[in-house]
Each structure stands twice: as C-alpha cells, then as structure tokens.
Design a protein around this ligand. Structure first.
Ligand code: GLA
Length: 331
C-alpha cells in the first residue's frame, strides 16, 4: 500500500545512481562467488517533484513505472513505509549495453522511495531491495553485483564483493591504465536471454548433476572465482603485472565463451581487436548475449585505442574511457 506522505525536505530532491562495468567475476554472483565491478560516472538521475498521491515516474524508458512499482512492492513487503511521489528520470547510460542501466534505475528508485519518508537502509539492504525488485519487474533471477556496485562505488576503485558473506572492500584500479568500455552495438534484454537457463544449469551442476553442460557451467564459475582472487592479488602488487592481467582476462573470456556460452561473435571480435590494438587486458563484461567488452589500456594509448577499435570493428561500436566514480546518493 502506498502511504501519502508530507515532504519533510524542500522539493525537488534529486537522487543519482551509477551503472557499472564489471572488471572480472562474471556469472558468479548467484552462487555466492566473487565479483569485482566498477561504478561508472554514467547513471540515472531521479528528480522527485512531488510527494504524496500516487507513485508516478516519467521517463523515456518505458519500463521505469514498472520498476518503480516493483521497488515499492518490495519495500512494502519488507515492512517499510512507501512514499507516494512523482519523479522524472533521466539517464546517461545506454540501455541494453551491459552497463546495468536497469540496476541503476532500481537503486535510484529504492534510494528515493526510502529517503523521502525518512528511512535509511544500509547499503547492501538497499541493494537487495533493488535486486529483488528487478526480479519482480522482469522475472530475471539476477544476482546482487550490479546493485551493490551502484551503491558501493568509489572513485578510482573497483569493489571486491563476496556475494556469499556480502563482505566487500575497495581495490585500487591500476595506475597508468585507462578503463575502456566498448559497446558492441548488439542490444539485448536479459529477460529474453538465456540468463535464467544458465543459472538453472549451474545450479543443477552445483547440486551434483554430472551431464557435460552442467559440469562446464560449474567449471566456469570455479575457475572464475579463482581468477577474481588472482586479479586482486595482481592489482595489489606494485608495479602491476600487465601481462599477467592480460592472460587472466583472456582465460576469463574463453571460459565465458566455451564453458558458460554467453559470448557472441561480436564480443569475441572486439576482444581480439582490443589485444591487437595494444590493450593490456580485455574480455566481455556483464551478462553477455550482446553488450560490451571491458579493456585496460595503457593511458597514453587510450584515446587512439577508442578510435581505432571503432574503425576496425565489423559492426557499429561505441568506445569510451570509463571513469570509476562514487556510488548512489542524494545530490
Ligand atoms: C547481470 C546480472 C548480474 C550478474 C551479471 C553476470 O548483470 O544482473 O547479477 O549475474 O549479469 O555476471
């Protein structure tokens, strides 16, 4: 039930939640594994213009109202008072590019819907609300990585999160490298992808099924968790061993391509191009089935790299240097 509230704070109130790019730890967050995402300086801005009355959001994203209702339902189910409000939502994130535009939307909504009635939720509880709202709105049984990254981001850092214990810490990004995100231009929506099927296959494998598919899914996740640990070790030793990072990212991409079967020919092409054009490390990022690759590129090469990879790609790509930014907050 939506409770009308009177505004305690002057309006408009503006909330911000970033998208993320995942450095490594893919498809590990729904089996208690490790992830290492980076919050970006691209995200969702939500401006509350009226408090009380029905919950109504205006956005160019046709799904925003559905997400808002899902977040409100999730909060109500957890016993939190839910604010009726009107808000306008704008985003600087490309939709369907694998940069968690929907998680950023969910986090911005969860933040606004709790802050307006004066509730303060701990970071990861807020992330859980947004994660479950996403499943409620779309049916996608996603993990907690994207929402957690959106909340826990810190400039210049990645977030190492253990999705079992929910313990996390910041890990500094390598000096002398730019974080480049190349969008393959292949759009996908997770609810129309094999995301839920992959999760079922993995769970079957973890429960002991011995068929080749289930075994390959488990092999990806076990090796990927080890790769996250290894990347963190490399990032914490100075100077950073770029060759080692490159090898781990290559293995991660191969594992997603062969064992987890979530890459696409376009993502494979971009990863090959990235190494050929001087990236220290590159792999597909996010759920796959389209979307983006992430690359660590020596800073002095980064501007040329973004132009060159777009020119060399067979499709229509967009490449940008990503900025590791702070997490969701009221502006
Ligand atoms: C999507 C999901 C995340 C995670 C990734 C794959 O982004 O929302 O929870 O599972 O895919 O690593």
């Amino acid at each position: 039930m939506i409770t009308p509230m009177s505004a305690a704070e002057p309006l408009p109130r503006t909330f911000w939640a970033p998208g993320r790019v995942n450095l490594i730890g893919e498809h590990t967050d729904y089996s208690g594994g490790l992830v290492l995402p980076v919050a970006l300086d691209l995200g969702v801005t939500l401006r509350v213009t009226q408090v009380g009355g029905p919950l109504r959001v205006t956005s160019s994203d046709g799904d925003a109202q559905r997400y808002a209702e899902a977040v409100a339902a999730e909060l109500a189910e957890r016993g939190f008072p839910v604010a009726g409000l009107e808000a306008t939502i704008t985003t600087t994130l490309p939709i369907g590019a694998g940069l968690s535009s929907s998680a950023a939307l969910g986090v911005a909504l969860a933040l606004a819907l709790t802050a307006v009635p004066g509730e303060v939720l701990g970071g990861l509880e807020l992330a859980e609300v947004a994660q479950h709202a996403e499943t409620r709105a779309t049916g996608v049984p996603c993990g907690i990585m994207d929402q957690a990254a959106s909340i826990l981001g810190r400039p210049g850092h990645a977030v190492l999160l253990d999705t079992e214990s929910l313990r996390w810490e910041h890990v500094r990004l390598p000096a002398g490298h730019a974080l480049v995100v190349v969008d393959s231009g292949v759009r996908r929506r997770l609810e129309q992808s094999a995301y839920a099927t992959r999760r079922e296959e993995l769970e079957r494998g973890l429960a002991g099924a011995g068929d080749p598919v289930a075994r390959r899914r488990v092999r990806h996740v076990e090796s990927e968790n080890e790769r996250v640990r290894e990347v963190v070790r490399v990032l914490r030793s100075e100077p950073v061993d770029a060759d080692r990072l490159g090898k781990i990212f290559r293995d991660a991409h191969e594992s997603l391509r062969v064992d987890f079967e979530v890459s696409t020919p376009e993502l494979d092409e971009l990863v090959e191009l990235a190494y050929g054009l001087g990236a220290s490390a590159a792999r597909m990022t996010g759920a796959g089935f389209g979307g983006s690759i992430v690359a660590l590129v020596p800073s002095e090469r980064a501007a040329r790299f973004t132009d060159e990879i777009v020119a060399a790609y067979s499709g229509s790509a967009t490449a940008r240097v990503g900025v590791a930014a702070g997490g969701a907050r009221e502006l």
